[in-house]
Design a protein around this ligand. Structure first.
Ligand code: ZN
Length: 369
């Protein structure tokens, strides 16, 4: 029997170039009005026992060609449990081989986090004791930019995720953070809610998320290059969040992301901003040290190159917030692949580990304050 492949759903993205029996040749659609592509998410209707071979081509032109060597595709039968598939990469083509164990297989770049699940998360957290819901604005396609606020303290903490919509691990991290912070029995959550006022934006790019983009919003704009000059025309998602930050001030900020190439969890900071202070830098270094002692899934050996003094790019949120507010601000990067220091061959980096990392980050913040 011939398989069929479909991606006409929330965060779906695949182009079917040809199908021959249980073999398919596929490619990835570019983000609207941009050249970025890397995210894929589709379902395969097949028969249990089929030897599937799914070849995604043209990847030498993808956003991060270095993301493919050593990468294994994610899959699920029930859309709850995600595991890795036998995957190889050669000359721009990612080849996935799997013997079907059911009649419907879901395949994605990383375990997806749908807009429907986002609304379930926002609804359940908004109902919790002591939580205030705010809509900060709307995206270019009119979707709400949701913000959940909680805590009675003076330390202003902003957590925000999915400026890059294909980095779905970022919203799994958010689900973990929100579950912990709203657990009435959790001692670190209780302590943090006394010390801090939390402002949490689980998804800054709902249009890109629903459209199955990797990196941009509806207008093809990379939101994490808009923080020095957000506009209602190009980047209302950033404008409304930055305006709300201007109202509250910011002491601590975490921007949650995924990295295609590096097989590790790491942070990027605000080195190179014009007004950096010793105290701000020390707090950032201490956060990293404390987090690495709190979880073996975090490390400081691998990461991005640091900007030279005065050379920071202030269009990015982490640097803009550090410069604008004097905040301890950081970009947290989780791998699409795995943490190679502590690999899991069945799941790789996963929703479950993203959520546990959020717990460790919050424990660390509590210890720091
Ligand atoms: Zn990113």
């Amino acid at each position: 029997m011939t398989i069929t492949i479909n991606a006409a759903f929330d965060s779906g993205n695949i182009v079917v170039d040809s199908i021959d029996g249980t073999n398919a040749r596929l490619s990835i659609r570019k983000d609207r009005e941009s050249d970025f592509f890397q995210w894929f998410h589709f379902r395969v209707a097949c028969s249990a026992g089929d030897a599937l071979e799914l070849a995604i081509g043209g990847l030498e032109a993808s956003a991060y060609p270095d993301g493919w060597p050593g990468y294994a595709a994610c899959a699920s039968y029930d859309r709850e449990h995600w595991f890795r598939l036998d995957t190889s990469y050669d000359a721009g083509t990612l080849t996935i081989r799997h013997t079907a164990e059911g009649d419907l297989l879901w395949v994605a770049y990383f375990a997806p986090y749908s807009m429907e699940r986002h609304h379930d998360l926002v609804a359940s957290v908004a109902e919790c004791e002591g939580v205030t819901y705010r809509c900060l604005g709307t995206s270019l396609e009119g979707q709400p930019i949701d913000c959940l606020e909680m805590g009675t303290g003076d330390v202003q903490v902003w957590l925000y995720a999915r400026q890059h919509p294909g980095e779905s691990m970022a919203e799994w991290w958010m689900e973990g953070a929100l579950e912990k912070l709203t657990d009435p029995a959790d001692p670190h959550a209780r302590s943090l809610r006394q010390k801090c006022r939390f402002h949490i934006v689980p998804n800054m790019n709902p249009d890109g998320s629903r459209r199955g983009h990797l990196r941009t919003n509806f207008a093809g704009v990379n939101l994490n290059r808009e923080w020095d000059k957000p506009s209602a025309e190009r980047s209302p998602e950033v404008l409304c969040v930055r305006n709300a930050m201007d109202e509250s001030g910011v002491d601590w900020a975490m921007d949650i992301h995924g990295d295609e190439a590096i097989p590790a969890v790491f942070v990027a900071g605000f080195e190179g901003i014009p007004s950096v202070t010793v105290k701000q830098s020390e707090n950032y270094q201490t956060f990293q040290k404390t987090l690495s002692s709190n979880t073996p899934d975090f490390q400081t050996r691998l990461g991005y190159a640091v900007s030279a003094p005065g050379q920071a790019n202030l269009s990015m949120s982490t640097t803009q917030i550090a410069e604008r507010f004097g905040a301890v601000s950081m970009t947290l990067e989780m791998p699409f692949k795995d943490n190679d220091d502590l690999p899991d061959s069945a799941q790789g980096w996963s929703p479950e580990r993203s959520k546990l990392l959020a717990h460790a980050c919050l424990v660390t913040l509590d210890q720091m304050l």
